[in-house]
Ligand binder design. Sequence first.
Ligand code: BES
Ligand code: MN
Ligand code: ZN
Length: 491
Amino acid sequence: MLKPASIQFKETDIDLLAEVEGRVALLVAPDGSLDKAARRVNRLTKGAVARLVEVKAEAASTGQTFSLAFPVGMKAESVDVVFLPRRCTDVEARKAGAALGKIRSGAALTICAGSQKRASQLALGVALRDYSFNAHKAGEQEETRADVTLLVSKPEEFNHAAVTTQAIAEGVFFTRDLVNEPANVLTTTEFAKRIQDMSSLGLEVEVLEEADLKKLGMGALLSVGEGSESPSKVAIMQWNGGEKGEAPLALVGKGVVFDTGGISLKPAAGMEDMTMDMGGAGVVAGVMRTLAMRKAKANVVGLVGLVENMPSGRATRPGDVVTSMKGDTIEVINTDAEGRLVLCDVMHYAQERFKPQGMIDLATLTGAIIIGLGHEKAGVFSNNDKLCAQFLKAAEAEGEGAWRMPLGKAYADQLKSRIADLKNTGGRPAGSVTAAEFLHRFVQEDTPWIHLDIAGVASVKADTDYAPKGATGWGVMALNRLVQDMCEKAE
Ligand code: BES
Ligand code: MN
Ligand code: ZN
């Protein structure tokens, strides 16, 4: 696994700036005024910084970056000027950092952040954007990124933030690696192993095997993996950093390591993208990593259903009826609507065993959500306005797009079956909503619940603000913040 850049905060000593190697970044306010460090670099470079600012400041947008390559008077290979207001939001600072992360290309980076209060967000932006997945490219298996140093006036104020920042970046990288990994490498067994390895961080990890799942009655989940050589599993990660006895927040993830569609086989074109169909489980694992790494004072349990949806002589057929752990029978109209079959059993189990104070499931559940919201925002479905508002606020603060969608009885009625308690598809209209209503049926009356359909945002074909193309890690930061807001309160 690629380790994100390690971040250090040091006290600014402008007398050392001439000797800094790698890249030196300066923050310049939109009015073009230079702080102490920028003035020193300007003097060293014989006025180049002031000339750049004079030409660029007026039209520059927040976070935009301009580079002076191999500046005279300095050892650095580049001076990168970033336009950023002194008082900016977390997201603005992070995006400015991401712009630096994009251009650093392996060089050490020193950011002159002065008295910028959001310095740690700048660092996080650099770390998040400076990601690549080279596990399968010969000779390119980097283990670490070059350090990021922030020169600030009061480094001691950032000690706590540095730990959090590192934890977030590692959680996001962990999710991205899982989502990017091909399905012949990331089998259900390998996924469970990577989760198990997190017990070294203090997470309590259990893996339920097929025999256990059969005993529990998870007939819906098991029906999905029937056609695969890889055994179905449920992995459970507990982080108990909160008050003893306080009900946990439950995070449930769809972990379909590959989705061929099963007997209702998908068309060949684009099927390779279905390696990301474990994206929900990937986010759950990434959040748990972040919470453990920063020793969150909260009780959170992550549960992921790990299966592979393959056609074979043993695979579930369209028309088969399966029985969920809850007891409801399901007519499988389309074996490609498999995510809900996995989630309904894990969600039921999560509530029965953990009596959570809230439950959030994440899934690359429907193509229809991509038609509705594209790759900008995830679909948010909830039975609880308060929890939903809290989540939307957290997502907004982290710059992760999210948009609430409706639920309703009329949609649920689309799932009525002639021969069973319900069927697993509701037809083309409102495909994402009927999928959410399917899950809703397995949510207990008093459980505040959110379903996040992340099919459009888990992995994308163009660079985003925080990530190069491919897996984004969407949701790790929003959920981490939600845990902070909901469970950790004032410290
Ligand atoms: N994993 C897919 C959804 C998906 C599509 C994720 C595109 C990411 C990108 C899911 O299992 C699926 O196949 N859903 C079907 C449901 C339908 C058969 C009711 C879909 O969306 O077409
Ligand atoms: Mn499918
Ligand atoms: Zn799927």
